[in-house]
Design a protein around this ligand. Structure first.
Ligand code: NAD
Length: 290
């Protein structure tokens, strides 16, 4: 199959969602005289984290949301971070909050997760929100797995009853994605297998998948010989290889066999940012409805 025929263009999906959110944001403004506001907390000056924060700021501009950045030094104490979070939790003009990870070692991440108000937790960082997802009754979905779900929905890819094989079991991507696809709701209801670094003979699982999602953080891990013809392949991975961004899927090999495939870059990444915007609007609407 020609590569262009099977390509899932995440950038175009993200642009469409952005246009929808811009309209909804204008309606929100008409009703409330406020824009949805996202607050990003970052400690230190890690280039990758700073790049990601700039991408979030750009996304906010695109959909007409307010954005604020709270940059603390890498030496900031746990108390300082908790104080800031408490202030943001109480601040009526802040609707969504995200805390950039990884946090420095002297900060207890669990305490920070618990301190973030579940009502403003637009990336499902607080265990209450993750627990609700695990119970099948989610409030906010974590943005990256939500992006995978949204892509499958918008591309009319049938998930119900299909076998989805996820490579990676992290608490930000693989595990919550499994929980989402297991939900008893339209576009979910999948049969899910989750593989990880201790899985023996990974290929024997991926070959059985109707849909394979790679979220391992290992460049070109999924090879052509590891999937069957016609598989739908979603590549969440972002790895730097010789100054280039590559996914967890060997795109040249796998795109010849896959019926649909997301590229890296331009696949899951841009949709993830829009999910953050969508969740911020949802948080704003819920807070103002109270
Ligand atoms: P992580 O390191 O926390 O988890 C990786 C998981 O993959 C682990 O469960 C590990 O057991 C598994 N794994 C690693 N190597 C494996 C192998 N050889 N075989 C089988 N399983 C293996 O990573 P993460 O935070 O879940 O991120 C995964 C990837 O997704 C990374 O490349 C990351 O950069 C990317 N990511 C992309 C987005 C986006 O929006 N596109 C967002 C978050 C993360």
């Amino acid at each position: 199959m020609n590569r262009e025929d099977n390509l899932i263009k995440g950038k175009i999906i993200a642009d469409t969602i952005g246009e929808e959110l811009k309209l909804e944001s204008a309606q929100f403004f008409q009703k409330t005289n406020m824009k949805p506001r996202l607050s990003v907390v970052i400690l230190g000056d890690d280039p990758a984290a700073m790049f990601y924060v700039r991408m979030i700021e750009k996304s906010c501009q695109k959909v007409n949301f307010d954005f604020e950045k709270h940059a603390l030094s890498e030496q900031a104490t746990e108390e300082q971070l908790l104080d800031l979070l408490h202030r943001l939790n109480e601040d009526g003009i802040v609707h969504g909050i995200i805390v950039q990870t990884p946090l420095p070692e002297h900060i207890n991440e669990d305490k920070i997760r618990e301190a973030l108000s579940p009502a403003k937790d637009v990336d499902c960082f607080n265990p209450v929100n993750m627990g609700k997802l695990a119970m099948g009754n989610p409030d906010f979905l974590p943005c990256t797995p939500e992006a995978v779900f949204e892509i499958l929905k918008r591309e009319n890819i049938e998930v119900e009853g299909k076998h989805v094989v996820i490579v990676g079991r992290s608490s930000v991507v693989g595990k919550p994605l499994a929980l989402i696809l297991l939900l008893k709701m339209p576009h979910a209801n999948a049969t899910v297998t989750v593989c990880h670094s201790r899985t023996k003979d990974l290929a024997s699982y991926t070959r059985k998948g109707d849909i394979v999602v790679a979220a391992a953080g290992a460049a070109r891990l999924v090879k052509g010989e590891m999937i069957k013809d016609g598989t739908i392949v979603i590549d969440v991975g972002t790895n730097e290889e010789k100054g280039k961004l590559v996914g967890d899927v060997d795109f040249d090999e796998v795109s010849r066999l896959a019926s649909r495939i997301t590229p890296v870059p331009g696949g899951v990444g841009p949709v993830t940012n829009m999910m953050l915007m969508k969740n911020t609007l949802q948080a704003a609407e819920r807070q103002l409805a109270k």
